[in-house]
Ligand binder design. Sequence first.
Ligand SMILES: CC(C)(COP(=O)(O)OP(=O)(O)OC[C@H]1O[C@@H](n2cnc3c(N)ncnc32)[C@H](O)[C@@H]1OP(=O)(O)O)[C@@H](O)C(=O)NCCC(=O)NCCS
Length: 170
Amino acid sequence: MSSAVSGPNAPASWRVMPMNPDEAPWSLLLLADPSREKVKRYLRGSTCFAARQTAHFTPSGLGMLVGVAVLVPAQAPQSWELMNIAVSTAWQGHGVGSALLQRCIAWVREQGATRLEVGTGTFGDQLIFYQRAGFRVTGVAHDFFLKHYTTQLWEHGVQHKDMLRLALQL
Ligand SMILES: CC(C)(COP(=O)(O)OP(=O)(O)OC[C@H]1O[C@@H](n2cnc3c(N)ncnc32)[C@H](O)[C@@H]1OP(=O)(O)O)[C@@H](O)C(=O)NCCC(=O)NCCS
C-alpha cells in the first residue's frame, strides 16, 4: 500500500513493505511499547512491516523508515497478535498507521488466520484507531500496566493501569 498526502507540513509519499525484524528501529518500537525487554522477546521470530518514505533516499535505497508493525502468532489457534505498531511523531495522523494496520490484516488473512488480536490502553487515541478498523473488545487485563511495566504510562493526564484486549474477526 502506498500514498502521498499534500499540505504545508505533510510528509511526502510513502509505502508499506515487509521488513527484517533485526532492522526495526528502537526509536519507533519504544514509542508503542516502553519495555525494551518485552520488545526484545517478541521481536525475535516476528513478522514485521515497515512504512518507508519513498521520496527520501537512503544508502539502502529503500527510503527512510517512518513506521513499523510487529506481528506474532497468538496462543489461540489460527490467531495472530499485533504486538507493536508505531509511526514517527512527525508523521502521525496522515494515514500511515492505518496503512500498516491494513497490511497486517491482509497478511494474517493470507496465512489463513481467523483472528487478529491486540492489547492497548482502556482510553485514548489508540483505542479509536483500532476500533475504526473494526476491532472489538474481548476482555480486560486488570492492573496489566502496573504489574508488567517499570515505567508509568500517562496519557491526557491519566495513568494507564488496565489493558483492554481487542480482536478483529477475519
Ligand atoms: C497509533 C498510531 C500507530 C496511529 O498511526 P497514525 O499514522 O497516526 O494513524 P492514522 O493517521 O492512520 O490514523 C489516525 C487516527 O488514529 C487515531 N490516532 C491515534 N493516535 C494518533 C496520533 N498520535 N495522532 C493522530 N491521530 C491518532 C485518531 O483517531 C486518528 O483519527 P483522525 O485523524 O480522524 O483524528 C500512531 O499514532 C503512533 O505511533 N502512536 C504512538 C505509538 C502507539 O501508541 N502505538 C499503539 C500502541 S497500542
